[in-house]
Design a protein around this ligand. Sequence first.
Ligand SMILES: Cc1cc2nc3c(=O)[nH]c(=O)nc-3n(C[C@H](O)[C@H](O)[C@H](O)COP(=O)(O)O)c2cc1C
Length: 160
Amino acid sequence: MSVTVVYGSESGTTEKIARRIAGPLAARLVSVGRASPADFEGCDLLVLGAPTYGLGDLSSDWEIGIDRLRAANLDGKRVALFGTGDQMTYPDSFVDAMGTLYDEVTARGARVVGETGTDGYDFIASRAVRDGRFVGLALDEDNQAGKTEARIVDWLGGLK
Ligand SMILES: Cc1cc2nc3c(=O)[nH]c(=O)nc-3n(C[C@H](O)[C@H](O)[C@H](O)COP(=O)(O)O)c2cc1C
């Protein structure tokens, strides 16, 4: 199974996480700033990672890269999502960008896999929560870095 991980990152945290996720999956790793529609299309499993900025916004690289994602044919594509955020400082928009990516890919016919539970997090609202669960893997390196490794391992186990 071919896997591509496309990530955005402004200060390096999501890039570091993307590397940790890509390794065990033997995935191609592509920064969204360099991704073409073919990068989104040419894999069996597409993994997208994003931090959240502003109050629930995409990072600047995803703001630009989203147009290339929109230009890709994602019909029937299996997509897994991960998001980084800060639930303590931004409890009303925790990992919102992951929810934005969820809406973008599902609107284009993708099938999202790898949802996770919200136990162990402390936030008020998130666009990335649907029917009481995160649409992907939510990570908080600002407040819960100690939980990240186990969360990644669990999530990867579920994907495989
Ligand atoms: C100006 C600013 C705004 C942010 N807004 C949010 C937010 O709305 N929701 C959230 O969960 N995290 C927010 N964060 C936290 C970042 O998403 C988090 O630190 C992330 O790990 C950064 O990833 P990066 O290093 O890959 O850019 C914000 C951070 C900054 C500096």
